[in-house]
Structures are given as structure tokens and as C-alpha cells.
Design a protein around this ligand. Structure first.
Ligand SMILES: Cc1cc2nc3c(=O)[nH]c(=O)nc-3n(C[C@H](O)[C@H](O)[C@H](O)COP(=O)(O)O)c2cc1C
Length: 223
């Protein structure tokens, strides 16, 4: 099919797709709790109850030292007073970007509910003890993979993965408490957290929490 025709077919397919199908929850921002952590936890709980697949998956956006952005999906590890935490290999591209530009944005999307949460702010590594705890709580296969430490490097032959993982598994069998040296738990301490509730009639509701000297200010935003 000629490229032009193919593109118009894709355009037609995209235009025909439904948006916000099914029942959507209500969101009353005037009743929102005092902190974004509380509202996030409530929305996450509702996403789990609604059967959202990988409700703890989020897009982590980072920037290189030249300002070029990169984004990828990761799993959320914790939410607390300090912020939103995820774990990664410090030697991976995301780890290197975070070392050079210690700031990030996280984006969650829960399609069944037409809900998005966005937050951004500085990122800091947690203590080696907390990073080790996170590593040791991972399943054996994930620990073996992290121990290899080759994430995102060019792979010349898929057989190399099997060989390297088997070597890591043998190491973990000998030293079950082994922690990958560069495994790091990072926490984003957001300056702003925005909650977006989609609406079928396009009357979307947006509530931003903005960090203030003594807590959080809440601000509605135009959709
Ligand atoms: C649902 C989902 C969950 C993922 N979870 C992780 C994760 O927890 N840690 C991780 O390093 N990569 C995870 N990945 C893979 C990352 O998106 C990414 O490909 C990888 O971390 C390499 O990123 P980098 O080259 O920017 O460092 C996940 C991907 C998906 C789709």
C-alpha cells in the first residue's frame, strides 16, 4: 500500500476510536483531601478495584544534560510523605540521566476511569539500606537480571542473556543476600501533583496540588 494511502487509513482508524467509553467515576475536587498522597492512594485503590491492568505502572520522564527528554514505563514502589518512589539500575540510561539532571516527571493513566495523575519535582536516591531492601524484595529472576546490569546496552546475541542470567542465578544461590551494587531506590519529591478526571461531555476536572511553605495549596485548572 502506498505510504500516503496507509497514512490516511491510520488516520481513519484513529478518528473512529472511542474515547472514555463506559461508566466513569465522579470527582468532587471540593471534597479532595489535604495532601496529594491521600488522593493518589484513593485513586490507586479505585483503579485496583476497577481491574486496571498494572495500575502501578507509570511513565517516568527524565532529561539529558542537553535537555533532550526520555520517557519509559516503570513500576511504582511506594508513596509516602517524602514522595513517590521507584527503583532502577543507576548505570541504566535513566539512572545516568537522573545523575546528571536530578529531576523527573511521573505520569499515571487509569483508562477504565479516564483518570490521569501527573507529578514533577526533584529526585533523590534513598539510602543504600533502603535500596538494598527493595532489591532483596524482588523475585529471584528480577534480582538475577538486575545483577547482570546490562540494561539498554546493545545485545549482539540473545543467547548472551541466558548465559549471563544463569551466571547471576548461580551467584545468588551461593550468596542469597547479594545486592546489585548500583540498584537504587529513587524518590520524586513533587513540587506539583495534578489529578485529571475525564468526562464524556469534555467537562474534564483538573485539580493541582502545589507545594507551599507549610504543606499543599489546591488549585483548579482549566481543562
Ligand atoms: C508495565 C511495564 C513495567 C516496567 N517496569 C520496569 C521496572 O520496574 N524497572 C525497569 O527498569 N524497567 C521497567 N520496564 C521497562 C522500562 O520501560 C525500560 O524499557 C527500561 O527500564 C530501560 O529504560 P532506560 O533505557 O531508559 O534506562 C517496564 C516496562 C513496562 C511496559
Amino acid at each position: 500500500m502506498p505510504a500516503e494511502q496507509q497514512s490516511s487509513t491510520v488516520r481513519q482508524i484513529l478518528r473512529s476510536l472511542a474515547v472514555f467509553a463506559g461508566e466513569l467515576p465522579e470527582f468532587h475536587p471540593q471534597a479532595a483531601p489535604g495532601t496529594p498522597q491521600e488522593l493518589f492512594t484513593a485513586w490507586l485503590t479505585e483503579a485496583i478495584a476497577a481491574g486496571v491492568r498494572e495500575p502501578h505502572a507509570m511513565t517516568l520522564s527524565t532529561a539529558g544534560v542537553d535537555g533532550t527528554p526520555s520517557a519509559r514505563v516503570l513500576l511504582l514502589k511506594d508513596v509516602g510523605v517524602g514522595g513517590w518512589s521507584f527503583a532502577a539500575h543507576a548505570a541504566s540510561p535513566k539512572g545516568r540521566e537522573l545523575a546528571g539532571t536530578p529531576a523527573a516527571a511521573l505520569t499515571f493513566y487509569w483508562p477504565q476511569q479516564a483518570r490521569q495523575v501527573r507529578l514533577r519535582g526533584p529526585v533523590a536516591p534513598e539510602s543504600p539500606e533502603l535500596s538494598a531492601q527493595d532489591f532483596l524484595a524482588r523475585p529471584l529472576g528480577s534480582r538475577a537480571e538486575a545483577l547482570v546490569g546490562m540494561q539498554s546496552r546493545p545485545l549482539d546475541d540473545p543467547k548472551n542473556i541466558l548465559a549471563a542470567t544463569e551466571e547471576s542465578l548461580a551467584r545468588l544461590e551461593r550468596e542469597p543476600d547479594l545486592v546489585a551494587a548500583e540498584w537504587t531506590l529513587y524518590t520524586v519529591s513533587p513540587q506539583s501533583v495534578e489529578f485529571w478526571q475525564g468526562d464524556k461531555q469534555r467537562k474534564h476536572t483538573r485539580l493541582a496540588y502545589l507545594r507551599s511553605d507549610d504543606g499543599w495549596d489546591k488549585q483548579l485548572l482549566w481543562p
